[in-house]
Design a protein. Structure first.
Length: 131
């Protein structure tokens, strides 16, 4: 089942949901999702939007309950990325996914005349559990 980020109650470290269908991760606090996976779930797919089309997804660290998870970019279209990660065995009723970005880009650097003072890297759009 696919869940849009706006419907995830247990998310922390994200800016408000935007019209583009995603929520940017905050630079000043870790991005975290709390989740209860379906019993048959073995993998998790994230649909991510990045600040630039050449963003280095290989440098992004994803951890499930504090342990680094193996991850793969399974699809890439311009700034959109589909990333899958393996869920470790023995997950509990409530688990935590942490997403650690290697760097952030001040929006003023990209648009000096803009009003946005955030530093951005990645935004989350959807989460899907896979068997």
């Amino acid at each position: 089942a696919t869940t849009n980020v706006a419907a995830i109650a247990g998310r922390q470290g994200f800016h408000d949901f935007e019209r583009g269908g995603f929520a940017w991760m905050m630079a000043d606090m870790p991005a975290r999702l709390h989740f209860t996976p379906p019993a048959e779930a073995r993998r998790l797919r994230l649909r991510l939007y990045t600040i630039g089309s050449d963003y280095r997804m290989a440098d992004v660290v994803m951890q499930v309950n504090g342990q680094r998870a193996a991850q793969r970019v399974v699809e890439r279209k311009d700034r959109w990325h589909q990333v899958e990660l393996d869920l470790p065995p023995g997950l509990g009723a409530i688990n935590q996914l942490a997403i650690v970005s290697p760097y952030w880009v001040p929006t003023r650097f990209l648009n000096p005349d803009g009003r946005d003072d955030r530093a951005l890297a990645m935004a989350l759009s959807e989460v899907t559990f896979l068997g």
